[in-house]
Design a protein around this ligand. Structure first.
Ligand SMILES: [Zn+2]
Ligand SMILES: [Zn+2]
Length: 217
């Protein structure tokens, strides 16, 4: 399998869509769907990837807005945790509450969502991912752990040098840190972290240098 991983940062929030495929022309999946499905679609077309799944780390609009268009175009199922339904199912209210306006973008919801649950193992395009529920940034936030490759899709739980904000509805700093201890920092140092915003990093690097994790490790 000639593995292909592409980071596509788009929209006003520079939210990463991550495309994983077994090489150009193969099957693949997408982690997070920012409200710019055209940009993500251009990469998918260029790579000639047949998308078989759209995984949403959480229900914030900058990660979900493009899911409707992407799933309509590819026929792929969209996965999200039900504890974020209060966010996922109300994209426009989020925009107004968080941004105070509606920035240009696409905000179509998929016809239906597949619900994620903690501990579930997903098999997408030959890749097995473990679902790790990591409440804190939002109540239904999930990270996806790809054990075979040593990769964690960390969404807005963990960034290079920072952690997700917890001041939005349903957020909890205590929960975020408790998720960090039990679901993230239990991973080995060489696990690569592919976050929802910004550059990739590793568990070891964050354990050592991330100022938010210094009292935890
Ligand atoms: Zn978020
Ligand atoms: Zn985000």
């Amino acid at each position: 399998m000639s593995l292909l991983i592409r980071q596509i940062p788009v929209w006003v929030t520079e939210t990463n869509a991550w495309v994983v495929a077994d090489g150009p022309g193969g099957k693949g999946f997408v982690v997070d769907a920012p409200p710019d499905p055209e940009a993500v679609g251009r990469h998918l077309a260029e790579l000639d990837v047949a998308v078989v799944g759209i995984l949403l780390t959480h229900g914030h609009i900058d990660h979900t807005g493009g899911a409707g268009r992407l799933s309509a175009r590819t026929g792929a199922k969209t996965y999200v945790h039900p504890d974020d339904d209060f966010l996922t199912l109300h994209p426009i209210e989020q925009l107004e509450r968080i941004f105070g306006m509606t920035p240009p973008g696409e905000y179509d919801l998929p016809d239906q969502f597949e619900h994620l649950e903690h501990g579930q193992r997903l098999d997408l395009a030959g890749v097995e991912l473990e679902v790790r529920l990591t409440p804190g940034h939002t109540p239904g936030h999930c990270c996806f752990y790809w054990e075979d490759e040593g990769i964690l899709f960390s969404g807005d739980q963990l960034f290079a040098g920072s952690v997700g904000r917890t001041d939005l509805p349903g957020g909890s700093y205590e929960d975020l840190m408790s998720s960090m201890k039990s679901q993230v920092l239990t991973l080995e140092d060489d696990v690569r972290v592919l976050p929802g915003h910004g550059p990739d990093t590793s568990i070891g690097r964050e354990r050592q240098f991330n100022p938010f994790l210094q009292n935890l490790v």
